[in-house]
Design a binder for this molecule. Structure first.
Ligand code: ADP
Length: 473
C-alpha cells in the first residue's frame, strides 16, 4: 500500500512533542512491512532543513480567501529518514522557526492543507490512503470530498489519528472563505458550536478515526474538550491503537547521547555511571533516588503541581531524594521551578528549555520518572523510561493506564495513582523511596521493564489492517 502521512511535525525534522516521534517512526515500520509510506509537513526553518539537501518536487498556486499564494513542495534528497519526506514551502507563511504559536497559525495551517490537497490532485498516481494527524490537518478529508476543485480525490480513503483532542484548531466562520470553493450544503460538517472546528470536521469526514491508546479513545466519550457527543455518535469508526517507540533511536545499548551504554544485563552499573554524570552536572546527590520530569510545562501534564509536590516531598521526607526537571512551557510554572532551586541546593535542579540530548541522559540516569498528567493520550516518556530501566510513576489516565501496571499488582513494575493532586503525587514519591531501599526488588523490576516490548511492530500492523478496512468502504 502507499500511505501519505500529513502532519505538522516529524522527528528529526521538526519536533515539539510526541506527534513528531510518531510521524517520524510509524512510516519506517510501515515500510518494513512492505508498504510505501511518505510524510508531508510544513516547511519549518529547522537545523534539519539546513543540514540536508532538497529537490523541488512540485510548484503550484492556491487561493486562500482573497490571497493568491505560490507553494513549493520540496523533498529530502538522500532518504535520510528511510522514507520520503516532503515539505510545503509558502514564502512568508510556512518558512518560520517555530512549528506553532504564531498569531496567524489559522492561515498558516489552512494554507498548508490546501497546498497538500492541491499537490495531491496533481499526482500522476494516487496514494491508497491519506493519513492525517491532529487538527492541523483536519480539513483535508472535507476538502477532498466537498471542494469542487478536488472532488476527484474523494475516492481516496482518509484516516485521522488524534494525538491530542484538547486542541481543535477552532476558526471563526468569518474565515470560511479560506477553504477553496466548497459545497455549502455541507456546512454542518465544518461546524461545531458555531465555529469551524477542524478536528471535529475530521472526525466527521475521515473514514476511520484512531487515538493513540485504547483508554484515551474511551475517555474521549466523556471528556473531549466539548466533542464528547461527537465521539459517542462516531464510535463505530473510532478505535485506539497504542503508539510504539523507535527502538533503534531509543536504545540504551547504542544511544550516542548517553555517557555509558548498557543493557538489561549490566543495567545497575550502566545506570549508575549515567546517574553520576547527571548528579555531577546538576549538583545532586548520587546516593539518593533520582526523580525526573521531562516534558511540556503545561496543565495537561499537571506540571503546575510539580513545584508544590517537590517542595512538600523534600520537606516531609527530609531530602531523602533528588529531583531534576527538564521542560518548557507556561512561564509561571517555569519561574516557580527555577525559583525552587535555591531552596534545595544539592537535591533539586531544573533546566528550562528543550534539550533532546539531556532528555536521553535523564532517561538513562534516573531511577524514577514522574508523569502526573491530567491528560495523556498515549505518552511516550514512560515507554522510553522503561527501555532505559527507569521506573515510571504515572497517573492512571489514557495511555499511561494502558502501559504501566502498579508494582503492587501481579507482574506490576511501576507506580500508579488516581488523582492529579499534590498529595497523591507525594504519596507515590513516598512509595518510590521505600521501593528504592529494597535493592533486590529494584533490580528485579529493572530487569523486567527493560525487556518490555513497546516497539512499533505490533501497532504498525494494526494501522495497515485498518487501512485495508477502509479500502472496502
Ligand atoms: P506530548 O506529545 O504531549 O508532549 P509525549 O509523551 O507524547 O508528550 O512526547 C513527549 C516527547 O517530547 C518525548 O520524546 C519527550 O522526551 C520529549 N520532550 C518533551 N519536552 C522535552 C524537553 N524539554 N526537552 C527534550 N525532550 C522533550
Amino acid at each position: 500500500m502507499e500511505i501519505l502521512h500529513v502532519s505538522a511535525e516529524c522527528y528529526p525534522y521538526a519536533k515539539v512533542g510526541g506527534l513528531a516521534d510518531v510521524v517520524g517512526t510509524l512510516p519506517k515500520y510501515q515500510q518494513e512491512l512492505g508498504n510505501i509510506a511518505k510524510v508531508v509537513v510544513p516547511m519549518h526553518r529547522t537545523k534539519f532543513l539546513y543540514e540536508n539537501e532538497w529537490t523541488v518536487e512540485h510548484k503550484g498556486s492556491i487561493n486562500m480567501g482573497d490571497r493568491y499564494l505560490d507553494y513549493t513542495i520540496i523533498k529530502e534528497k538522500t532518504n535520510k529518514l528511510d522514507f520520503d519526506l516532503y515539505c510545503v514551502d509558502i514564502y512568508g507563511l510556512l518558512d518560520r522557526e517555530n512549528v506553532y504559536s504564531y498569531d496567524d497559525d489559522t492561515e498558516r495551517f489552512t494554507a498548508f492543507q490546501i497546498s497538500v490537497v492541491d499537490w495531491l490532485s496533481h499526482w500522476e498516481h494516487r496514494p491508497d490512503v491519506v493519513h492525517i494527524h491532529d487538527h492541523h490537518t483536519g480539513l483535508i478529508p472535507f476538502m477532498m470530498r466537498h471542494c469542487f476543485a478536488y472532488k476527484h480525490l474523494s475516492e481516496i480513503p482518509t484516516v485521522l489519528t488524534i494525538h491530542n483532542a484538547q486542541y481543535q484548531g477552532w476558526m471563526s466562520w468569518d474565515n470560511s472563505n479560506y477553504i477553496p470553493d466548497w459545497d455549502t450544503w455541507q456546512w454542518g460538517l465544518l461546524d461545531w458550536d458555531n465555529m469551524i472546528n477542524p478536528l471535529a470536521c475530521a472526525v466527521k469526514c475521515a473514514d476511520r478515526v484512531t487515538t493513540v491508546s485504547p483508554s484515551y479513545m474511551e475517555e474521549l466519550t466523556t471528556d473531549a474538550n466539548g466533542l464528547e457527543e461527537l465521539f459517542v455518535s462516531e464510535k463505530l469508526k473510532c478505535s485506539g491503537i497504542l503508539n510504539g517507540i523507535d527502538t533503534k533511536v531509543w536504545d540504551p545499548a547504542s544511544d550516542t547521547y548517553i555517557l555509558d551504554n548498557f543493557s538489561a544485563e549490566d543495567a545497575a552499573a550502566g545506570k549508575l555511571l549515567n546517574k553520576k554524570k547527571l548528579c555531577k552536572d546538576f549538583n545532586l546527590d548520587v546516593k539518593k533516588p533520582l526523580f525526573v520530569f521531562i516534558g511540556r510545562l503545561v496543565a495537561d501534564k499537571a506540571a503546575d503541581l510539580l513545584p508544590r509536590a517537590i517542595y512538600d516531598s523534600l520537606n516531609q521526607l527530609g531530602n531523602k531524594m533528588n529531583f531534576l526537571v527538564l521542560g518548557s512551557g507556561n512561564t509561571n510554572i517555569e519561574n516557580q521551578l527555577e525559583g525552587l532551586i535555591g531552596n534545595f541546593t544539592g537535591f533539586y535542579n531544573a533546566k528550562i528549555g528543550y534539550n533532546e540530548k539531556l532528555s536521553h541522559q535523564m532517561y538513562a540516569g534516573a531511577d524514577f520518572i514522574l508523569m502526573p498528567s491530567r491528560v495523556e493520550p498515549c505518552g511516550l516518556n514512560q515507554m522510553y523510561a522503561l527501555r532505559y530501566g527507569t521506573i515510571p510513576i504515572v497517573r492512571s489516565t489514557g495511555g499511561l493506564k494502558d502501559t504501566v501496571v502498579d508494582f503492587g499488582e501481579e507482574k506490576g513494575f511501576g507506580i500508579r495513582f488516581n488523582n492529579a493532586a499534590v498529595w497523591d503525587i507525594t504519596y507515590s514519591i513516598h512509595r518510590a523511596v521505600e521501593l528504592y531501599d529494597d535493592k533486590e526488588k529494584m533490580t528485579e523490576i529493572r530487569n523486567q521493564i527493560m525487556k518490555i516490548d513497546n516497539s512499533w511492530e505490533k501497532s504498525a500492523e494494526k494501522y495497515i489492517a485498518l487501512y485495508k478496512a477502509t479500502q472496502l468502504i
